[in-house]
Design a protein around this ligand. Sequence first.
Ligand code: DAT
Ligand code: MG
Length: 150
Amino acid sequence: SVTERTYIMIKPDGVQRGLVGKIIARFEERGFKLIALKLTQATPEHLEKHYADLKGKPFFPGLIKYMASGPVVAMVWQGLDAVKTGRVMLGATNPLQSPVGSIRGDFCLAVGRNICHGSDAVESAEKEIKLWFPEGVVQYTSALESWVFE
Ligand code: DAT
Ligand code: MG
């Protein structure tokens, strides 16, 4: 639905490589509405909650270390089919399998340095939004809404 929300995060490598503006621009240009945003350096404990489903995978310790190594940009974007569309815009988990034109397909090469995160389902999106924005998101009317949607 039009009010679907997804949690999108620019990982430490995306921030360090100066890709914040480019990644945000893609979501803005597509017509999604920004309803929360912050630059924050997450603790390993916080990241272990975010990636709880992957605990036990061989790459888990390296993933937590990488994600805690610098600030990330945490965002919530709202709009039609935001979760699925957000994942399509990011590309595949492995950048080598990401089509050119997707964020990962255009800006990175290695699965362990894939510059961005996007929720994989509506339920996980709501969980991730609560985890990263316990203070809540911002409510406002977007002037574009009546031009982006019927
Ligand atoms: P996604 O980020 O596309 O949702 P995921 O949830 O399966 O993918 O994994 C989370 C992150 O963990 C992923 O973005 C990069 C890292 N990762 C996944 N599989 C990996 C692997 N085989 N080797 C190294 N890192 C991996
Ligand atoms: Mg995932």
